[in-house]
Ligand binder design. Structure first.
Ligand code: G6P
Length: 472
C-alpha cells in the first residue's frame, strides 16, 4: 500500500472539530471542539507533520481532508446506518456498558458487530493512507478496538499505539462478549497498549492469556509470530496550568461570586458535573442529597446542589431513560424541599463553556464525583486545578480511575448510601485547615501530572525510550 506524508497520525472516533452545517456550495462547515486530547496533542502535531483521522460527529457526507491550526484533519464518513449500528449500537449499546461492569445490560447484535468491523476497517484504511513510511499512529478508545490489527495488516512498517480511555473489565464480564477473541486480537495489533489504571492493564493481560494465542510476562505479551506487545497504565490528565490560569482570571472569579449570589448566598454549594450517563452515579448522588435534606442534616435553604448534566448519546435508550429518571427525581426533591423563590437542586441539562465551568468549580464548596465506574474522570482533576485558593473539598468515588492518584479526596463507595451521606456531611463540615491541607496535596499531583506529561509518557514508551510501562 502506498504511504502518505504524515509522521504522526491520531485516530479517534471524533475529530477535534464538529460538523455544524453545510455551506452554500455544499461543502461541510466545521467548528473547533477543544477537548483535552487535542490540547495535549496539538504541540506534538505541529512539531511533527501531524494528521488526525476521525468522524465529524454527524451522519452523511464528510468532505475532503483539510488543514486547521497546524493539523491535517481527515474526516471519516459515517452513514445514518453506521451511526445507528457502529456508534449508538456496538460502541455505546454493547462495549460501553460491558466495559463499565454491566451497570446497564449490554446488547449483543450481530448486525452491530458487522457495522463495527466495517467502520473500524474504514478508519484503518484512512489512517494507512495518511501515514508516512515508519510513522507513529496513535489509536484512541473503545470505538476503534479493531483498528490496530487492521492497520498493521495494511502497513507493517508503522509504530502503532492504542490507548483505552475507559475501564477494561474483569475477564468474567469481558468474556460475555461474543466477539471477545476478535477484540483482543484487534488490540494486539498495537506495539503498546495503554490503560488508565494498573487494574485495567491487569484485566487486559488476563484476557490475552485466556483468549489470545499469547503468553504474558509482566506487562509484555508475546503473540504468535514472535512479536511482542507491551501493556501498562498511563493515567490521563488535563491541561492543569491552563485550567488554573482560566480560573484565576478576574472575570471568572467575579462570575463565581455572582453564581453564589444568584443561588441565594447559601452556606454550602455542592456541585455535580457530568455527561448525562448512567456510569456517573447521578441518581445515587441525588438520593444522598435528598435524604440529607429529609433527615434535617442539611438545612433546607442553607445547602444547594447544582447539577450540570450535559446532553449525551440521546438516541440511545438507556440514556433517554436515565434522563427521564433524573428529571423526575430532581422535580421530586424540589417539590418536597423547595419554597417559593428557593429550590435545593439547580439542574442544568446543558453544556457550558470552560470559563463558566471554572467559575462553577470556584463557587462550589463540595464537588461530588460519585461515578459507579469511570476510566479516569477528568472533572475531578478540573475541580482541583481550578482551586488556586486551595479551598473546596472533593468527594470522589473509588470506582473512578482518578481515585488511584487523588488519594487526599474524601473517597466513597457510591453504592453505600449511608457511607456516602456521612462523607458528604464530613466534606460540608470539614475544618478549613484540613480542607487546605488536602487540596494542596491534590493540587501538587494534578499540576505535576498534566496531560502533556501523559502524552509524552505514552509516546516515549511507544518509541522505546522509556522503561517498561507500569503494568501492576
Ligand atoms: C468518553 C469516551 C470518549 C467519548 C466521550 C464523549 O469520554 O471515552 O471516547 O468521546 O466519552 O462521548 P461521545 O459518544 O459523545 O463521543
Amino acid at each position: 500500500m502506498p504511504s502518505g506524508q504524515y509522521d504522526f497520525v491520531v485516530v479517534a472516533n471524533r475529530l477535534p472539530v464538529d460538523r455544524v452545517g453545510t455551506a452554500e456550495d455544499g461543502s461541510p462547515q466545521y467548528e473547533t471542539s477543544p477537548g483535552g486530547l487535542v490540547t495535549a496533542l496539538a504541540p506534538v502535531m505541529t512539531a511533527h507533520r501531524g494528521a488526525w483521522v476521525g468522524w465529524p460527529g454527524a451522519p452523511g457526507e464528510a468532505g475532503e481532508p483539510f488543514d486547521s491550526e497546524g493539523m491535517h484533519l481527515v474526516p471519516v464518513e459515517l452513514s445514518h446506518e453506521d451511526v445507528e449500528d457502529y456508534y449508538e449500537g456496538m460502541s455505546n449499546g454493547t462495549l460501553w456498558p460491558l466495559f463499565h461492569d454491566v451497570i446497564v445490560a449490554p446488547e449483543y447484535h450481530r448486525s452491530w458487530w458487522d457495522a463495527y468491523e466495517r467502520v473500524n476497517q474504514r478508519f484503518a484504511d484512512a489512517a494507512a493512507a495518511q501515514a508516512a513510511q515508519g510513522a507513529t499512529v496513535w489509536v484512541q478508545d473503545y470505538q476503534l478496538l479493531l483498528v490496530p490489527a487492521r492497520l498493521r495488516a495494511l502497513r507493517p512498517d508503522l509504530k502503532i499505539g492504542f490507548f483505552n480511555h475507559i475501564p477494561f473489565p474483569g475477564y468474567e464480564i469481558f468474556s460475555q462478549l461474543p466477539w471477545r477473541s476478535q477484540v483482543v486480537e484487534g488490540v494486539l495489533g498495537a506495539d503498546l497498549v495503554g490503560f488508565q489504571r494498573r487494574g485495567d492493564a491487569a484485566n487486559f493481560l488476563r484476557a490475552c492469556r485466556r483468549l489470545g494465542d499469547a503468553s504474558t510476562k509482566g506487562g509484555t505479551i508475546s503473540v504468535a509470530g514472535g512479536r511482542t506487545v507491551r501493556a501498562g497504565a498511563f493515567p490521563i490528565s488535563i491541561d492543569s496550568r491552563g485550567f488554573e490560569e482560566l480560573a484565576s482570571a478576574p472575570e471568572v472569579m467575579a462570575r463565581a461570586e455572582q453564581i453564589r449570589k444568584e443561588l441565594g448566598d447559601p452556606d454550602t454549594v455542592l456541585l455535580g458535573v457530568d455527561r448525562l450517563d448512567y456510569t456517573k452515579g447521578i441518581r445515587h448522588r441525588l438520593t444522598c442529597f435528598s435524604e440529607l435534606l429529609a433527615d434535617g442534616r442539611l438545612g433546607t435553604e442553607s445547602a444547594v446542589l447544582v447539577q450540570v448534566a450535559s446532553p449525551s448519546r440521546e438516541r440511545v435508550r438507556a440514556y433517554s431513560d436515565l434522563r427521564d429518571e433524573v428529571e423526575l427525581t430532581v422535580g421530586r426533591i424540589n417539590g418536597d424541599h423547595g419554597t417559593v423563590g428557593f429550590q435545593p437542586v439547580h439542574y442544568l441539562h446543558q453544556s457550558f463553556p470552560r470559563e463558566e465551568m471554572a467559575a462553577l468549580y470556584l463557587a462550589a464548596d463540595v464537588m461530588l464525583v460519585t461515578a459507579l465506574r469511570d476510566g479516569m474522570n477528568l472533572v475531578a482533576k478540573e475541580y482541583v486545578a481550578a482551586r488556586h485558593d486551595s479551598d473546596g473539598v472533593l468527594v470522589l468515588s473509588e470506582f473512578a480511575g482518578a481515585a488511584d492518584e487523588l488519594t487526599q479526596a474524601v473517597l466513597i463507595n457510591p453504592h453505600d448510601i449511608a457511607g456516602t451521606k456521612a462523607a458528604v456531611l464530613r466534606a460540608v463540615q470539614m475544618p478549613r485547615d484540613e480542607r487546605r491541607r488536602r487540596m494542596r496535596a491534590l493540587r501538587r499531583r494534578v499540576v505535576e501530572h498534566d496531560v502533556e506529561r501523559w502524552a509524552a509518557g505514552f509516546l516515549d514508551a511507544l518509541a522505546g525510550h522509556a522503561d517498561q510501562p507500569d503494568a501492576g
